[in-house]
Write a protein that binds this ligand. Structure first.
Ligand SMILES: Cc1cc2nc3c(=O)[nH]c(=O)nc-3n(C[C@H](O)[C@H](O)[C@H](O)COP(=O)(O)OP(=O)(O)OC[C@H]3O[C@@H](n4cnc5c(N)ncnc54)[C@H](O)[C@@H]3O)c2cc1C
Ligand SMILES: NC(=O)c1ccc[n+]([C@@H]2O[C@H](COP(=O)([O-])OP(=O)(O)OC[C@H]3O[C@@H](n4cnc5c(N)ncnc54)[C@H](O)[C@@H]3O)[C@@H](O)[C@H]2O)c1
Length: 473
């Protein structure tokens, strides 16, 4: 048994663990990282990267389909689905060196490629290595949850961990769950030629503003996706080579499909961690942490998907910074998600930061104002034929920004401005006063902020003042 005595030991080499490891090692801390599967974790191998790569192929197909509308003669001669998946692999391979064992070893991290288990409150073991550390970080992520549906375990269903290895275009893909994974994959597969049905228990992308989600729903339906909301998948069974799903959505029906993708939420990855030996509390949502990301064992932190908070790669990176300040600099840094943005990468994209209108009205009350501008009012969007969508700005007293949501082309890029404004506590005035280049999609941000002041500026008082001043030549 090899014994290591270090400053910080990290379990999990995904977005969260790697961010802490890189920071800690570069700050000179003696750092050990355990990873039992692929370096880079879910995001690189089965999540953000492959999904966005597949979405890029789907967007290309759509661009060809819409080319005649721009006066360009083009026919979609066909789609080589396997080639699109090969491209996904190449994209992963291009990014992988950044997350590799070699890179982390070169930064000074001792990487152990094995499962790690706590054997006590300050000791972890794996692959013949025992590590004692001043601080530990659990960053073991999450796995796809399997909903309790009769017969699910009797059919060969896909999850995000297997769908990007599927090289056969599904003839008919049933997506169970209309959250971000469900809608992103539904649209990508539809655009690449599959027939697609989404069965969602609630409504699709339910965490977002319903007015903006409606734009996504309309687009998905227009592209030929069957969307069943308020739907309960009751049973699965094999019928020869195909899968039959019994779905209750305004009455029961049987749907025969070639493939099923389960995208019905996540469960925390705590198996084999030895949390009892470590004295670390957890619930069904994940490991319990305080606002400094400390667990019930004060020398152990938990970050990323395992910590039960928002599940995004950029959150994992942000939390890693909080842990480094607490664990290495002994600063009492706390998480603050008020200016946290996220994006659902459908086309059009749906992006959001801060509160939704309904949340703001519930938390703050009648002083809340919501202003909207449709992309149809933006010249660049008209020129590009991308007028689908709108921005909604949620303001409190004196133009304080409480939240912004955007559905439209490049919404994920456009939300940066609002994340910065909220993070820096800038009001709508700062955005309204910005000189925005013409013609850009981003003008929509200045326009919506300007709406707030336009109402005040074009009210009777300023008009009286202008008339009065006009008398003096
Ligand atoms: C299809 C999909 C698309 C997504 N798209 C986006 C997106 O566009 N943008 C975005 O921000 N987020 C996206 N996400 C979410 C994002 O992938 C996760 O929030 C992020 O990967 C979480 O990182 P993590 O480090 O907490 O966990 P993970 O990436 O899951 O890493 C945890 C690692 O720990 C390892 N591990 C677990 N237990 C042990 C153990 N006992 N010992 C050793 N190693 C262990 C695992 O093998 C794994 O590699 C997407 C997720 C999915 C599934
Ligand atoms: N663009 C992004 O940033 C992005 C993309 C994909 C995933 N993610 C992250 O990964 C997380 C997981 O994504 P997800 O889409 O799996 O989870 P989710 O929890 O966001 O959505 C799951 C959906 O499945 C539905 N559902 C659950 N059980 C069901 C059942 N039996 N039948 C029908 N519907 C059912 C739920 O009502 C919910 O709408 C997200 O919360 C997000 O944080 C982010």
């Amino acid at each position: 048994m090899r014994h290591l005595d270090v400053d910080i030991c990290i379990i999990g080499g995904g977005s969260a663990g790697l961010s802490v490891a890189a920071g800690a090692a570069q700050l000179g801390a003696r750092t050990v990282l355990f990873e039992r599967r692929k370096m880079g974790g879910e995001c690189l191998n089965y999540g953000c990267v492959p999904s966005k790569a597949l979405i890029a192929s789907a967007r290309s197909a759509e661009a060809v389909r819409s080319a005649p509308g721009f006066g360009v003669k083009a026919d979609l001669a066909g789609i080589d689905f396997a080639a699109a998946v090969d491209r996904v692999d190449r994209v992963i391979a291009t990014i992988a060196p950044h997350d590799s064992e070699e890179r982390f070893e070169s930064l000074g991290v001792t990487v152990v490629r094995s499962n790690a288990t706590f054997t006590g409150p300050d000791t972890v073991e794996g692959d013949g290595v025992t590590v004692k550390a001043r601080r530990f970080v659990i960053a073991t992520g999450s796995n796809p949850a399997a909903p309790p549906i009769d017969g699910l375990d009797t059919v060969p269903y896909l999850t995000n961990e297997t769908i990007f290895a599927n090289r056969t275009l599904p003839e008919h893909l049933l997506v169970v769950g209309g959250g971000p994974i469900g809608v992103e994959m539904a649209q990508a597969h539809r655009r690449l030629g599959a027939r697609v049905t989404v069965a969602e228990a609630d409504r699709i992308v339910a965490r977002e503003d319903p007015e903006l989600t409606a734009v996504i729903r309309d687009r998905l339906i227009a592209e030929g996706i069957d969307i069943l909301e308020g739907a309960r998948v009751k049973r699965f069974q094999m019928s020869g080579e195909t899968i039959t799903a019994t779905i209750d959505a305004d009455g029961e029906r049987d749907l025969t499909v070639s493939h099923v993708l389960v995208a019905a939420g996540r469960k925390p990855q705590i198996d084999g961690l030895g949390l009892e030996a470590a004295g670390v509390d957890h619930t069904r949502a994940g490991i319990t942490v305080d606002n400094r990301l400390r667990t019930s064992n004060r020398r152990i932190f938990a970050i990323g998907d395992i910590s039960g908070g928002p599940q995004f790669t950029h959150v994992a990176g942000y939390q890693a910074g909080i842990v480094i300040r607490n664990a290495l600099f002994r600063l009492p840094a706390k998480v603050d998600y008020r200016a946290l943005p996220w994006v659902t990468f459908t086309d059009p994209e749906l992006a959001r930061v801060g509160l939704l209108e309904a949340e703001a009205r519930e938390q703050i009350g009648s002083s809340v104002e919501a202003l909207t501008v449709p992309f149809g009012k933006i010249d660049r969007a008209i020129a590009e034929d991308r007028t689908d969508g709108q921005i909604k700005l949620v303001l409190g007293k004196r133009g304080r920004i409480l939240g912004a949501s955007i559905v439209g082309d490049h919404a994920g890029e456009l939300i940066h401005l609002w994340a910065l404004a909220m993070g820096q506590k800038l009001g709508a005035k700062a955005v309204a006063g910005m000189i925005a280049p013409y013609p850009t999609m981003g003008e929509i941000s200045k326009r919506v902020a300007g709406e707030y002041y336009a109402k005040k500026l074009f009210s009777p008082w300023p008009r009286r003042i202008v008339r009065f001043l006009g008398r003096f030549g």
